[in-house]
Every structure is written in structure tokens, then in C-alpha cells.
Write a protein that binds this ligand. Sequence first.
Ligand SMILES: CC(=O)N[C@H](C=O)[C@@H](O)[C@H](O)[C@H](O)COP(=O)(O)O
Length: 211
Amino acid sequence: MSCQPVIGGPMDRPDIVASFALAALDGGAAGLRIEGVANLRAVRAVTDAPVIGLIKRDLDESEVRITPFLEDVEALVDAGADIIAVDATERPRPVSVADLVARIQTLGRIPMADCATASEGQAARSLGANVLGSTLAGYTGGPVPEEPDLNLVAALGRIGGFVIAEGRYNRPEDAARARTQGADAVVVGTAITRPEIVTGWFAHAVEGRRG
Ligand SMILES: CC(=O)N[C@H](C=O)[C@@H](O)[C@H](O)[C@H](O)COP(=O)(O)O
């Protein structure tokens, strides 16, 4: 379960993120994906469950948003992340994927490569990323599709390593399909932890409001 509240929204508080984490674990989640040092510390204080940590930077700080800097890696290690997710897309970036992966390994944590394509997964795997995620499929330009990218999950599965299906798994049946396509785990975020967006889906369906 990924808990990344709508920024500035009513759920955007470390204590609420920690409660979401405990509720998800009660419901059967095997691990957590948590953004930001304060949220990660709050979650680490209440559970020993595996946590993927990330820091999202604004676009004026870095062209890639997910854990672009070495200091981000260090802060996440300090806060108790077991796995550290980094943007592994082939886009301009302040620090190379190779350097990020190497620092994560030096600090004794597990690198997760957030990918948009299979070739990015292949490159990250050859740099030593143990975990490959489909996290960024559909988010590197153009309209964001509605459906998850199961083809990328299958392609990442052929590369090897531990494969996480992530991104728009809004229905349990899609998560189950990801497993049949080769995912070792599925990360679900919005459908569990962004009630503003989920409510919007229902509002749109019943009254044609919102998008
Ligand atoms: C593209 C991007 O920045 N994805 C982020 C990655 O950490 C999060 O905003 C997503 O919520 C997460 O990947 C889970 O996906 P979904 O919320 O669709 O279940």
C-alpha cells in the first residue's frame, strides 16, 4: 500500500499516514510505500513492516521527481526505509541512476527502480537495482492512460529481479492480473489512500461532477 496523501489536503499529516499504514497492514498489505522523511519516521515508529521510501521533489528542483538527489537517499536511510525508490527513466537528471543505486547499496538498503519502459528496467537491473517497478508508465509525456500498464509488468518480469506492478491499480482484479503477468507484488496507492480522488470517481459516476 502506497500512502501519499493529496498534498496540502486534509489527510496530509504524518500521524494520518501512519494510521493509513496500520490500517493497510491490518487489511493484508505486505509492505508500505511512503513519501517524505516526516511521514516515513511516523510510519517507522509504529511498524517493522517493509517500507519503500521516496522523496518527491518539485520540478523546479529536478526534472525527475522521485528521489533525484544523493542527500535524499541518505535522508531516507536515516528515517528507516528498507527499500529506496528512485526515478529510473531516461530523462535529464541531476544525479545518474548508477550513482543513486550505488549509494543505496553502500548504505545497505535495496534499490527500487521506478520505470516507464522495459529498456529502463533492463538498464537499472544491470546497474544492480534488485526491484523493478512499473511506477512511471504513462507519466513521462502525453495523456495519462486510465488502465495500468500490464505489458510493462510482463516485460519487467522477463528481465528478472523482484517486479512490482504500480500505477493505476485501482481495482482488485487489475492487481490480480498483474500477478498473473509476472508481478511479485502490487503497489496500490490512490484507490486506498486518496479519498478525495476516489470520492471524485463516485461523484462523477452518479452526478457527472468532477473528472
Ligand atoms: C507517477 C507518480 O508520481 N507516482 C507516485 C509514485 O510514488 C505516486 O503518486 C502514486 O500514487 C503511486 O505510484 C501509486 O500509484 P497509484 O496511486 O496509481 O495507485
